[in-house]
Design a protein around this ligand. Structure first.
Ligand SMILES: [Zn+2]
Length: 447
């Protein structure tokens, strides 16, 4: 990314996050045309929320979060629109956005671009709901606004060779790794304590840099029968329900992973900052709804994953897990470094998950082959490899948001400087403003 556009993006983002308008007030202007355009943008935003809720009636899980007027969701249920009406409504909103006059206000221009990108995604998902199929790459581009660069699996073979040295022995490497990791499972009766402690630490590290809204809170639940390992259901009013799936054994590293990813500074904080700064602060109603299949998810998953290393940089994570979580879980702290080294080495395999998903979803390999490849290139148990394949069947190209999203967020934030204070500042801006995936790669364009 060019430094100028990077600085422009950050300055736009920071300006927006530190100078919220009074809730519900329009900018003071004597220009009737500008006032009319501002009203029209608010009206498009309201209609976009209603449209998203109506699409949510067609596909369970499409609406990830909603905390706007309850009568809008009631109307979506009591007066459902058919697929043709919904398709027309998406195009109509796109045309209304295009018809808006150019704005001198960079925030209004950014708001318009954001809505436009979210509508493009709704257009793609609407087509998929009607049975249209796309290649993995086209689907990812249509839903999340980025085209993933996929590496052939053979490029990950040198990583596997390195891990051979960490876990030497006979038989398939994935089985050796799975056998080794069995020693790092959190016993079921210790899950609550270990997770409560880890999430509290993620929160404390986030609070050093962010002013979290008064009264914010979350509920933690352990659930079963899901294809994901954790989920944040944002409820509005600065409250979240965080669910952790216990279908499979939970390893000690997952407490910090999920505490940061689902909680602080991940999904819970992202949703809260959008509510505080945009929905309440600026009266931008479109942020009261979160359609899962949209560019917003790349920012959400990328920032949630990057948030783990932001909160626990370098060896801080090893030290914290070894000194605090291992004893709580009844695990031997002297073995923490060996497990940690393996987890670090495995991170270099994360891109393989996307390649395997692409091959499977594009029909190049069977489900059994996808499971076998996940086992080999993600170094997980057969059960976990099957769960990952279930996830790909359910969420399809959504998987790009984790690995690719994290790389994009990391590159953008770390270009701001080495000092933690700058990185947290950039993270806060990313979580507080209508920033799109394309803004992270330097294609900042004006209206
Ligand atoms: Zn997530």
């Amino acid at each position: 990314m060019k430094l100028t556009s990077l600085a422009a993006a950050l300055s736009l983002a920071i300006t927006a996050s530190i100078s919220p308008a009074a809730p519900g007030l329009l900018p003071v202007t004597t220009d009737t045309a500008a006032l009319k355009a501002a009203n029209e943008l608010d009206s498009i935003a309201d209609d976009y929320v209603k449209l998203t809720l109506a699409l949510g009636e067609k596909e369970s899980g499409y609406v990830d979060a909603y905390y706007g007027p309850p009568q809008w969701v009631e109307a979506a249920k009591s007066d459902p629109r058919d697929m043709r009406e919904l398709g027309n409504a998406i195009v109509d909103l796109m045309l209304r956005l295009d018809a808006l006059p150019k704005s001198d206000d960079p925030l209004a221009a950014q708001r318009k671009r954001y809505l436009s990108a979210q509508l493009e995604a709704a257009h793609t998902r609407h087509a998929m709901m009607q049975g249209e199929t796309f290649s993995f790459a086209k689907e990812a581009e249509g839903l999340f606004g980025v085209t993933p660069e996929l590496k052939p699996l053979a490029e990950y073979d040198p990583v596997l060779a390195e891990i051979e040295n960490i876990v030497p022995g006979e038989g398939p490497l994935s089985e050796r790794v799975a056998g080794f990791e069995k020693g790092y499972i959190i016993p079921k009766d210790k899950l609550q304590t270990v997770f409560d402690t880890a999430i509290a630490e993620c929160k404390a590290r986030t609070e050093k840099y962010f002013d979290l809204p008064q009264g914010e809170n979350f509920t933690l639940e352990f659930v079963t029968g899901k294809s994901w390992s954790g989920y944040n259901h944002y409820q509005g009013n600065y409250q979240s329900l965080i669910q952790v799936n216990t279908d499979l054994p939970i390893f000690i590293s997952r407490a910090v992973d999920l505490g940061c990813h689902e909680g602080y500074p991940g999904h819970h904080v992202y949703n809260m900052l959008l509510e505080k700064n945009l929905t309440r602060g600026r009266g931008w109603q479109e942020f009261s709804v979160y359609p899962l299949y949209s560019p917003q998810s790349l920012i959400a998953e990328g920032s949630a994953n990057y948030g783990i290393e932001l909160a626990f940089g370098g060896e801080e994570r090893l030290e914290y897990e070894r000194d605090v979580l291992y004893p709580l879980a009844g695990l031997d702290p002297d073995t923490a470094a060996a497990y940690w080294a393996l987890q670090i080495a495995k991170q270099a395999l994360s891109g393989a998950r996307m390649t395997i998903a692409q091959q499977y979803l594009d029909g190049e390999i069977t489900r059994d082959e996808a499971i076998a490849l996940n086992q080999k290139y993600q170094l997980v148990s057969a059960e976990r490899a099957a769960q990952m394949t279930d996830f790909n069947e359910q969420y399809r190209s959504y998987v790009i948001n984790y690995g690719l999203g994290m790389e994009m967020v990391r590159d953008w934030i770390e270009a701001m400087g080495d000092a933690p204070v700058w990185r947290w500042k950039a993270m806060e801006a990313l979580l507080s403003d209508p920033i799109l995936p394309e803004d992270l790669i330097g294609e900042l364009v004006s209206d």
